[in-house]
Design a protein around this ligand. Structure first.
Ligand SMILES: Cc1cc2nc3c(=O)[nH]c(=O)nc-3n(C[C@H](O)[C@H](O)[C@H](O)COP(=O)(O)OP(=O)(O)OC[C@H]3O[C@@H](n4cnc5c(N)ncnc54)[C@H](O)[C@@H]3O)c2cc1C
Length: 383
């Protein structure tokens, strides 16, 4: 049986970043990808947000660390990630219950700043200077200057290329069907086609939506999660229209970005139809109509735009508290798991990779990932 010190399962942004990070500390790493690199949530059209603004407070230490790492990545990886730090404006109009109303803003600013995430409240006059064309109803914005966007497939490929340059091996079209841990901390990976590979020091499971099945079949652990294929819409930008910053509207669940091709990308978390067996999405016309209406109500210049494309062929994983699982499998200290990203995994990936690396090589769970346990979700291993 062939072996490597560490085996990473899954070639999305989390797996490739982790392979790069482990190899950077001298570990011998093999990454196994069932299909091709970036064939899961880390692939697909458009751009992904790289933001800490508005995230769950438990995620902020990790998000802040990621924001320190992102600006250096192009240089460190020797390949473009498409990262741009343009800042993000979250818009607030009417006061409503929950955390989407403007009365929550001072408290949010205080908590985010305490976690090292710069942010400030922007009043209407300044908002008009920063981003002309916002609907009159908007009273305030929360501006997070360190937020940005990047090209997710390019970033995943850049991590993979740089991991190989550091000595990692990457095998595409090599799926893992299950794993069996040994008493000495080594783990045997069972591969499609019957081959096996031994990880002598540990395994990082970064197979995202396949992780519940791998855990159930290999360890009897039921991880409560679901798959969500956020519907993304691309519309033509009218002549002269420009977004100076990414724009979000928490109450409307709308997120607006410019693409490299000059179209306007709408997302924000509303899912389209999704078949978890085939991995194929079906655009939902109601979600499309809602997104276009929300866009028109937020940026009136985009009231009558041509729809260029609608895509929901990529699914991420969600947990009930909308923060990830970053943990070792209960009772298996050398099997690390990262999943349940709840739509935040791309931005966090560089910091997650660093945390897995330090945890695996130094033996201690980093403080930044302490909240993200299996236990909190009721996922335990049967006796
Ligand atoms: C439409 C959409 C918009 C999003 N927007 C944002 C955003 O703005 N900001 C943000 O931070 N995040 C965003 N996300 C979430 C983010 O993209 C994901 O959290 C992140 O890409 C997850 O990366 P991953 O490497 O863990 O998983 P994936 O990218 O899903 O990669 C898992 C890989 O594992 C492989 N695999 C599966 N099973 C096996 C197996 N048995 N053996 C070997 N390999 C296997 C798959 O083929 C796949 O390549 C969005 C997600 C979607 C779908």
């Amino acid at each position: 049986m062939e072996s490597a010190e560490y085996v990473v399962v899954g070639g999305g942004v989390v797996g490739t970043a982790t392979a790069w990070s482990l190899a950077g500390r001298g570990a011998e790493v093999t990454l196994l990808e069932a299909n091709e690199l970036a064939s899961g949530a880390s692939g697909g059209p458009g751009r992904r947000g790289v933001r800490a603004g508005g995230r769950d407070l438990r995620e902020l230490p990790l998000a802040r660390r990621a924001q320190e790492l992102w600006p250096e990545l192009d240089t460190l990886l020797g390949a473009p990630t498409g990262y741009q730090r343009d800042g993000r404006l979250s818009l607030y109009d009417v006061e409503i219950a929950g955390t989407s109303g403007w009365q929550s803003l001072p408290a949010k600013v205080q908590a985010q700043q305490a976690a090292g995430v710069p942010c400030e409240i922007v009043d209407r006059a300044r908002l008009d200077e920063m981003q002309p064309g916002i609907a009159d109803e908007v009273e305030f914005a929360l501006y997070t200057p360190n937020d940005g966007t990047a090209d997710h497939p390019a970033t995943t490929r850049a991590f993979a290329k740089a991991a190989v340059e550091r000595g990692a091996t990457i095998a595409e079209h090599t799926g893992v069907t299950r794993f069996s841990p040994n008493e000495d901390g080594s783990v045997v990976l069972h591969l499609d086609g019957g081959d096996r590979l031994k990880a002598t020091r540990g395994v990082v499971l970064a197979a995202n939506r396949s992780i519940p099945r791998l855990l159930l079949d290999s360890a009897g652990v039921t991880l409560p999660m679901w798959e969500k294929a956020t519907q993304v819409t691309f519309v033509a930008a009218p002549t002269g229209f420009a977004l100076n910053h990414a724009v979000g509207h928490p109450r409307r669940s709308l997120s607006v970005k410019m693409t490299d091709e000059g179209s306007v990308m709408l997302s924000g978390g509303r899912p389209g139809g999704w078949d978890p067996v085939t991995g194929v999405g079906t655009p939902d016309p109601v979600v499309l109509r809602t997104a276009l209406a929300d866009l028109a109500a937020t940026l009136p210049a985009l009231s009558d735009v041509d729809v260029l494309a609608v895509d929901n062929n990529r699914a991420d994983t969600s947990t009930t508290d909308l923060i990830p699982v970053i943990d070792t499998v209960p009772g298996m200290a050398s099997v690390f798991v990262g999943t349940g990203w709840s739509g935040h995994g791309f931005a966090l990936a560089p910091a997650v990779a660093e945390a897995f690396t330090n945890w695996a090589l130094d033996g201690e769970r980093p403080d930044s990932v302490r909240p993200f346990t299996f236990e909190r979700l009721g996922a335990t291993r049967p006796n």
